[in-house]
Design a protein around this ligand. Structure first.
Ligand SMILES: Cc1cc2nc3c(=O)[nH]c(=O)nc-3n(C[C@H](O)[C@H](O)[C@H](O)COP(=O)(O)OP(=O)(O)OC[C@H]3O[C@@H](n4cnc5c(N)ncnc54)[C@H](O)[C@@H]3O)c2cc1C
Ligand SMILES: NC(=O)c1ccc[n+]([C@@H]2O[C@H](COP(=O)([O-])OP(=O)(O)OC[C@H]3O[C@@H](n4cnc5c(N)ncnc54)[C@H](O)[C@@H]3O)[C@@H](O)[C@H]2O)c1
Length: 484
C-alpha cells in the first residue's frame, strides 16, 4: 500500500534539503528520500570538509614561512635559529581529520534538525521510480516502502568517477583514494600521485603538499583547470610548481603497477612524446564525477537523460515527465553548491511562493555564475572568460585588462602577492563581462566585481570609486589602466 504525499524529494543535497523544508513549511506533506547522509556531498564530502582541511594546510604554509615575516618557531633547547629561512613543523593528520569530522558533524546535524523542525518525513533509503508519481524506497534491513506524489524533485548529485586504469586491481584498496576517502587518512602520504588537474586535483594536490607530502599531478589536458583562460592557468601552474608540486601536462595514464617495496608506479604517455613513469605511495583519482542516476529507474517514469547520464531539463528545471523536476549536479554542469542552491530558490518560487504565477516565472537562463577554486591563492572567476566573450560577441569591442597581484599594496604588505587579476569588458559601453582573480582572497575581490555586474555598474564606476586603503578591493581603481 503506497503512502500518499504532496511532494517527494529524492536526494538531500544543497537543493533537496532546503526544498523539502520549504514544501513542508508551506503545509505540503513532504517526504525526503536519502540513501547515505543528510546534507549530500557539499556538507559531508565536498566543500565543508575540504575547505576545513585547506585551512589546516594554510596554517602549515604560513607557519613554515614565518621567517619571511621575522617569526621563528624552531627552538633547539631554547635557542632559536634566526638564520633559518623556513620553520620546521609537524602535521598531526589525526587532529586535522578530527577538526574536519567535527565541522562536518555539526553542519550535517544542523541540516537534519532544520528538516525535522519543518515537519519533513525523512526516509533513509534508495529511491527509484515505479512511474512518474510513484517512488520505491529501498531501506537497508527493512521492507521496501512505496510512496506517491504529484510533485517529485530529483537532487541526487554526482559521485567520483571510479579509476579506469589498467592494473588498478593490483594496488591495495587503501592506497587508491577518491575525494572522499583521502580526507579520512590518518597519516600524510609520502608521495601522492594525483590523476586529474581540475578543481579536485589542484585543491587536494596543494593541500597535501602543504601538509608535507610530495605531490605529482598528471593532467590529460594541455593546462590545469581546462575551462580557465590559459594565461591564468599558466600562472597557477607556476605557483604550484614553486610550491614543489610536480605537474605533467598532456599526459594520460596508461597503466599502473604495484610493488610493496617501491609503491605505485603510473606509466603515462604524452602527446609530445614525453612518456614518463612516476612512483608514489598513494593514488588520488580526480578525473571528474559521474551522475547518480542508475538507481533511479528513470525510464519507468519517462524521464530522459543525456548519454553521460545527466537528466535533461528545460529552463524551469522541468524534466520530460510532467510533475518531475531536477536540481543540482545531476542535471549536468556547472556543479557548484551555489548553483544547486539557486535551483532550489527557482523551484521554491515557481512551485510555492509564486505558484499562481502573479510574478514572472523564474528560470536558470542568463545566470551570472561565480566560482572559486580554493587553491592558495584562490582562483576566483565570474561571468565570461576572454575566449567566451570574443566568441559570444564577435561584433563587440572586447577589451581585457590584466594586472599582477604584486601591484596590489595589500598583497605586498601581507607578502602574499602571487597571482594576477584579469577583467573582460565591452570597450564601448563599459559593461563588465567577466572577471578573474587568482590572488589572495580572490573570491572576496571577485564578489565585489560580481556585485557591479549584477547591478549593471560599468568598469569606469569601479575605476573612479573610492575604496578603503589598503584593501584588496582598492585594486579595482587600478586594473583598468591595463585595458587593451
Ligand atoms: C571534494 C569536493 C569539493 C567541492 N568543493 C566545492 C566548493 O568549494 N564550492 C562549491 O560550490 N562546490 C564544491 N563542490 C561541488 C559541490 O559539493 C556540489 O556541487 C554540491 O554538493 C551540489 O550537489 P547537489 O545538490 O547536486 O547534490 P549532492 O550534494 O551531491 O547530494 C545528492 C544526494 O543524493 C543522494 N542520492 C543519490 N542517489 C540517490 C537515490 N537514488 N536515492 C536517495 N538518495 C540518493 C546522495 O546520497 C546525496 O546525499 C565540491 C565537490 C567535491 C567532491
Ligand atoms: N572549489 C570548488 O568549487 C570545487 C571544488 C571541487 C570540485 N568542484 C566541482 O566538482 C567537479 C568535479 O571536480 P573534478 O576535479 O573531479 O573534475 P574536473 O572536471 O574539474 O577535472 C577533471 C580533470 O581531470 C582531467 N582528466 C580526466 N581524465 C583524465 C585521465 N585519464 N588522466 C589525466 N587527467 C584526466 C581532465 O582533463 C580535467 O582537467 C568540478 O567540475 C566542480 O564543478 C568544485
Amino acid at each position: 500500500m503506497a503512502t500518499k504525499y504532496d511532494c517527494i524529494v529524492i536526494g538531500s543535497g544543497q537543493a533537496g534539503g532546503p526544498l523539502a523544508g520549504a514544501f513542508a513549511k508551506a503545509g505540503k506533506k513532504t517526504a525526503l528520500v536519502e540513501r547515505t547522509h543528510i546534507g549530500g556531498c557539499c556538507v559531508n564530502e565536498g566543500c565543508t570538509p575540504t575547505k576545513t582541511m585547506v585551512a589546516s594546510g594554510r596554517v602549515a604554509y604560513l607557519a613554515r614561512r614565518g621567517p619571511d615575516y621575522g617569526v621563528h618557531l624552531t627552538s633547539n633547547a631554547g635557542q632559536f635559529d634566526l638564520l633559518s629561512t623556513e620553520n620546521s613543523l609537524k602535521v598531526d593528520m589525526k587532529k586535522v581529520r578530527e577538526r574536519k569530522r567535527k565541522i562536518v558533524e555539526s553542519f550535517r546535524g544542523g541540516n537534519e534538525r532544520r528538516l525535522k523542525e519543518a515537519g519533513v518525513d525523512i526516509l533513509m533509503g534508495e529511491g527509484s521510480f515505479i512511474n512518474a508519481n510513484t517512488v520505491k524506497v529501498k531501506i537497508e534491513g527493512a521492507q521496501d516502502v512505496t510512496i506517491t506524489a504529484e510533485t517529485i524533485c530529483i537532487n541526487t548529485g554526482e559521485r567520483p568517477s571510479p579509476p579506469k586504469i589498467t592494473g588498478i586491481e593490483s594496488v591495495p584498496k587503501e592506497l587508491v583514494l577518491d575525494s572522499a576517502s583521502i580526507m579520512e587518512l590518518d597519516k600524510v602520504p609520502k608521495h601522492l600521485l594525483v590523476v586529474g588537474g581540475g578543481y579536485i586535483g589542484v585543491e587536494f594536490g596543494q593541500l597535501f603538499r602543504r601538509l608535507g607530502a610530495q605531490v605529482s599531478i598528471v593532467q590529460r589536458g594541455s593546462q590545469l583547470m581546462p575551462r580557465e583562460d590559459r594565461d591564468v592557468t599558466e600562472t597557477l601552474h607556476q605557483i604550484l610548481s614553486d610550491d614543489g608540486i610536480n605537474i605533467l601536462l598532456n599526459s594520460s595514464v596508461d597503466s599502473v603497477t604495484y610493488d610493496s617495496s617501491k609503491g605505485i608506479t603510473l606509466s603515462t604517455h604524452s602527446k609530445d612524446g614525453n612518456n614518463q613513469s612516476i612512483t608514489g605511495s598513494h593514488l588520488l583519482y580526480a578525473a571528474g564525477r559521474i551522475p547518480n542516476t542508475e538507481a533511479l529507474n528513470l525510464d519507468a517514469a519517462g524521464i530522459q537523460s543525456h548519454a553521460k547520464g545527466y537528466i535533461i531539463c528545460n529552463e524551469r528545471l522541468e524534466t520530460t515527465a510532467p510533475g518531475v523536476y531536477v536540481l543540482g549536479d545531476v542535471k549536468g554542469p556547472p556543479a557548484f553548491t551555489h548553483i544547486s542552491y539557486d535551483d532550489f530558490r527557482i523551484l521554491q518560487a515557481n512551485l510555492i511562493t509564486n505558484a499562481n504565477k502573479t510574478t514572472e516565472v523564474r528560470t536558470i537562463a542568463n545566470r551570472i555564475i561565480p566560482y572559486v577554486a580554493y587553491t592558495d591563492p584562490q582562483l576566483a572567476h565570474v561571468g565570461l572568460h576572454e575566449s567566451e566573450a570574443r566568441e559570444k560577441y564577435p561584433g563587440r569591442k572586447i577589451k581585457t585588462a590584466k594586472m599582477p597581484m604584486n601591484y596590489v599594496a595589500r598583497a605586498l604588505e601581507t607578502d602574499e602577492s602571487r597571482g594576477l587579476m584579469k577583467a573582460v569588458v565591452d570597450g564601448d559601453s563599459g559593461e563588465i563581462l567577466g572577471f578573474t582573480c587568482l590572488g589572495i582572497e580572490g573570491g572576496e575581490v571577485m564578489a565585489v566585481v560580481q556585485m557591479a555586474m549584477v547591478g549593471g555598474v560599468s568598469y569606469e564606476k569601479l575605476r573612479d570609486g573610492i575604496w578603503a586603503h589598503p584593501s584588496l578591493a582598492e585594486s579595482l581603481n587600478n586594473i583598468w589602466g591595463f585595458l587593451e
